[in-house]
Design a protein around this ligand. Structure first.
Ligand SMILES: C[S@@+](CC[C@H](N)C(=O)[O-])C[C@H]1O[C@@H](n2cnc3c(N)ncnc32)[C@H](O)[C@@H]1O
Length: 493
């Protein structure tokens, strides 16, 4: 039996976790079964997100590969933080219950409520919840009294940082000055921002741009076109209002950040700066793993634990199937329409908001590992085959890592928009060394109603290189103690 205890710094320090107190009961529970312990691995993470999709002890099947005649194996996944909080006695009974559920199919009354079939995590309804959050952000923020920015690392977006905006603008002016000196600067100067949130970062950028340009005698502001791009019409409207002062220079475009080229093809090779902050970590992602030398894709299945499902069916007076239908309807219709189509269940939009929050808080992900029969047939993003993952998967010991499918698709499609002297700047939670995936949990977590996953930086670097771009990463320089890293991509000289 293999025990993989991730080397989190919570293992030591002033108040180290008592790993024996949480791991011991799980090992005792396993000893009480007739499982072949040689087919079991135990993985202990410290899940740093207080709101997440894990239970203290999850059980995952590592599906066997018929072609090699190998049978299923098991992974027991412990979240050390949650397990330490419930203590050894509860850890033991939970481990017993999890193992019993694996052995005997639970009866309908005590079964968890599954909301979808197994599939790669990027296809999970999790992303429907994420999109709903941005679509109905106003209602969520009103219902909780919390703004989305409060959930970001540091409590506000680093893209609001004036010094960081100035640095970016000064670099841009240097490029434009050099092109202007050769009469090679186009008349229209395009800047694109993907995933704009409340627009405060755009406002900082535009205010600084205007002030710096003015101080130089003004030559660029009147030629500037700043495109605010987002998939949420509500968010776009909010951002547009925030930058009203610059209205002559700003357009708002509804688009999917994973395919910016669809709406912006007319700007191919024309954009001087594409600016993205805290968006890549919010785009759909799969995870892949290498376990004992074989490659797997993690498949997920969103569910409500039996107790949460029972509470909701009781409160709403619906069956378990009825509850699953209401959740699917909520994701399609949003809270306001939902209140209209189900007046017998909900008294109004406020009731739907309570329902949405209760479902989201309760939502968990069951996971299993499905063998990948070769990496090539697995698609990372349009035009990027799974072979791009090989150097990372084969970089050393067993690994489980994000594929960042949405971020890769967005990144690759964005490169086509860039002027030969253009730059892509992204502030985000990047893993810059693949080994980091072996050390610390990297998501998914919940930020308010949205999903966060760290982004696979080495994979983006490889995709950039393949497209003729140099990609660099620098810790965000303008705030100490932040995990935010700035990616810069420029065409290779
Ligand atoms: C965490 S907010 C970041 C906002 C802002 N850039 C900041 O730093 O505060 C993520 C933004 O990305 C947008 N977004 C998420 N997924 C998207 C997608 N697939 N297409 C377009 N916009 C998306 C959301 O609507 C939201 O405005």
């Amino acid at each position: 039996m293999l025990i993989d205890l991730r080397p989190t710094n919570r293992l030591r320090g002033k108040q180290p976790i008592d790993t024996r107190a949480v791991l011991g009961p799980v090992l005792d529970a396993l000893a009480g079964t007739d499982l072949d312990l040689g087919t079991v691995r135990v993985v202990c993470d410290w899940v740093q997100y207080r709101a997440n999709f894990r239970t203290p002890i999850d059980l995952r099947t590592i599906l066997g590969d018929e072609r090699h005649g190998s049978g299923d194996r098991l992974e027991i996944a412990l979240d050390l933080r949650q397990a330490a909080a419930i203590g050894p006695a509860q850890c033991r009974s939970l481990a017993d219950a999890v193992l019993a559920r694996h052995r005997d199919t639970p009866d309908a009354a005590t079964a968890d409520l599954y909301l979808e079939p197994w599939g790669p995590t990027s296809q999970s309804c999790l992303w429907g919840f994420n999109a709903l959050y941005w679509r109905a952000l106003e209602l969520w923020e009103k219902a909780t009294g919390r703004l989305y920015e409060q959930a970001l690392p540091g409590g506000e977006s680093d893209a609001r940082n004036v010094a960081a905006a100035r640095e970016m603008i000064t670099d841009l002016f240097a490029v434009w000055d050099a092109l202007a000196a050769r009469n090679a600067l186009p008349e229209e100067l395009y800047v694109v921002e993907l995933g704009v949130g409340n627009g405060h970062q755009a406002k900082v950028w535009l205010d600084e741009f205007r002030a710096l340009d003015h101080a130089r005698g003004g030559g660029y502001y009147h030629r500037l076109h700043y495109l605010l791009c987002d998939y949420s019409p509500h968010v776009l409207e909010m951002a547009r209002t925030t930058v009203n002062d610059h209205s002559g220079h700003v357009s708002a475009v509804v688009l999917d950040a994973t395919r910016p080229g669809v709406a912006l093809a007319f700007l191919n090779f024309k954009v001087f700066l594409v600016y993205v902050s805290n968006v890549y970590d919010n785009l759909p992602s799969d995870e892949v793993a290498r376990i004992g030398g074989s490659a797997y894709v993690v498949q997920s299945r969103a569910y409500l634990p039996a107790a949460t499902a029972a509470e909701l069916t009781g409160a709403l007076g619906v069956s378990a199937d009825g509850l699953a239908r209401l959740i699917a309807q909520l994701l399609k219709l949003g809270p306001e329409l939902m209140a209209e189509v189900a007046p017998d269940v909900f008294g109004g939009p406020d009731d739907v908001m309570h329902f949405w929050q209760a479902v989201w808080n309760g939502l968990r992900l069951a996971e299993r590992y499905a063998p990948l029969h070769g990496l090539d047939p697995y698609e990372v993003a349009p035009g990027v085959s799974g072979e791009a993952l090989r150097p990372l998967l084969e970089s050393g010991e067993d690994i489980r890592m994000h594929v960042s499918n949405g971020a890769v698709a967005s990144f690759a499609d964005t490169l086509r928009l860039l002027h030969p002297y253009g730059t892509l700047v992204a502030h985000d939670l990047f893993v810059t060394d693949v080994d980091a995936y072996r050390r610390l949990y990297r998501g998914p977590g919940k930020y308010e109603g949205s999903v966060v996953n760290w982004v696979n930086g080495p994979l983006l670097t490889a995709i950039g290189r393949r497209n003729g771009f140099d990609v660099t990463y620098q810790p965000f320089r303008h705030r100490s103690g932040t995990n935010i890293v700035t990616l810069t991509a420029r065409a290779r000289d």
